[in-house]
Every structure is written in structure tokens, then in C-alpha cells.
Design a protein. Structure first.
Length: 223
């Protein structure tokens, strides 16, 4: 989510829409129309993501590194990201991070269970619901699904998440691959284009990639 090749380690690849599954999950999809995007609020106070150059004034490289990751965490800890990194087997929804409705379960590979897969409702791209003014879209990506439970971020501090990301045994990526993942992954890119009814994450994916690279270059220190 390049970087896409490394996603195999996360078991996020190969999400395909199955016609039979869509039929089985049709009722759930109808219910989904009445909850997606219902809590969209005014944009958070994280509208901008500062460039690495703004942190050059911090002389101590360890302090600079920690500040860089804290800035990147405006994206990493945003509901757009945390909602797919839950601490349980149930995805979250919305800016208020409520439990996914209709009910959804992680399954063995993070893409749901038979008869209720993620791909049954979440198509290859965002779907705008013109007929429902208050419930505007269903998000989508060909590989839609949950992050592995070992990369759960829900309820964790910026330090805990940073420590997880730095540990290849948990993330499946070394630091070089991690930077590429943030800078190029298409699932991460979705967070800047989440569809009507959801606030996007701040900045751009390119800026996030720059922050992560500079964080790594300054020692990958955790806040």
C-alpha cells in the first residue's frame, strides 16, 4: 500500500469481488448506506502537514527525529488510518470511530468471512450515493481490508505505534520498505481521497513520505 509488493507480508493483497458473496451480503450493503459518512464533521485542526525543512531548526537530531514522527502521526493516528488498524476483530467507522455497521468481522486474512467479505460492499473504488444526501459514499479499494492484528493502533500512544512500526517482526518491513510503504502504498493513498462524507487526512502522501524518510535519516527516534 513499489511498496505494494511488500504488502504480501500483511496479507492485504488479492481482495476480489465475488458475485456470490455480493448476493449473500446484499442486505448488509443496504444497511451500510445508512451509516457511512454520517458523522462527517468540519475538518480537524490538522489541515496541513509541515515539511521536514520546518524541523531543521531543532539542533538535537534525536529531538528533531521525534518531532518529525509526531508530525507524521497526524496522518498515522487519524481515524482514516486507525479505523483499519483496530485492536479487535471489528473495523471502525467515521471520525468518531464507532464499531462498523453493518457488523463486520476480520476473518483469517483481514478481508472478512464467507458471506460477509469486505469486498462484498467495498468495491474497487469509492461509490458515491447520490440518492442519500446525508450518507454520501461507500469507500473502496481493490484490496480493502483490515491491517493485521499485530499492527493494531487503536487506543495506542504515538510512542507505542512508532515502536511497532520500527519492529520488522511486527510490521514485516525494514525501515527502507516502511518509508516506501508510506510514500507509495495505494491503500494509504486512499486516505487523501476517502469519498464524500469523510474528512481526508492532512497534507499529501508525498509529504508524509518525506517526513518518514527524514525521520529515518535522523535516527528513527520515537517520541
Amino acid at each position: 500500500m513499489g511498496s505494494t509488493d511488500h504488502v504480501n507480508k500483511f496479507n492485504w493483497n488479492g481482495f476480489k469481488i465475488r458475485t456470490a458473496t455480493i448476493l449473500l451480503a446484499g442486505a448488509s450493503c443496504v444497511s451500510l448506506l445508512f451509516v457511512v459518512g454520517s458523522d462527517s464533521t468540519a475538518a480537524q485542526n490538522f489541515n496541513e502537514l509541515r515539511p521536514p525543512s520546518e524541523f531543521s531548526r531543532i539542533q538535537d537530531p534525536q529531538m528533531r527525529s521525534r518531532a518529525l514522527f509526531t508530525e507524521a502521526a497526524k496522518v498515522i493516528m487519524n481515524p482514516r488510518c486507525v479505523n483499519c488498524h483496530p485492536a479487535t476483530d471489528h473495523p471502525l467507522q467515521g471520525n468518531d470511530q464507532h464499531i462498523h455497521m453493518p457488523p463486520a468481522i476480520r476473518g483469517d486474512n483481514g478481508d472478512g468471512i464467507g458471506g460477509n467479505t469486505c469486498g462484498a460492499c467495498h468495491m474497487e473504488r469509492n461509490v458515491t450515493l447520490h440518492e442519500a444526501a446525508n450518507y454520501r459514499s461507500v469507500p473502496g479499494n481493490p484490496r480493502w481490508g483490515l491491517a493485521p492484528i499485530g499492527m493494531a493502533w487503536e487506543g495506542k500512544s504515538v510512542t507505542e505505534i512508532c515502536t511497532q512500526l520500527k519492529d520488522p517482526s511486527r510490521s514485516g518491513l525494514d525501515l527502507t520498505q516502511l518509508q516506501e510503504h508510506f510514500a507509495k502504498n495505494d491503500l494509504i493513498a486512499w486516505a487523501w481521497n476517502p469519498g464524500l462524507g469523510r474528512d481526508p487526512v492532512p497534507g499529501t502522501q508525498e509529504r508524509l513520505g518525506e517526513l518518514i524518510k527524514t525521520w529515518i535519516d535522523t535516527g528513527a527516534e520515537c517520541p
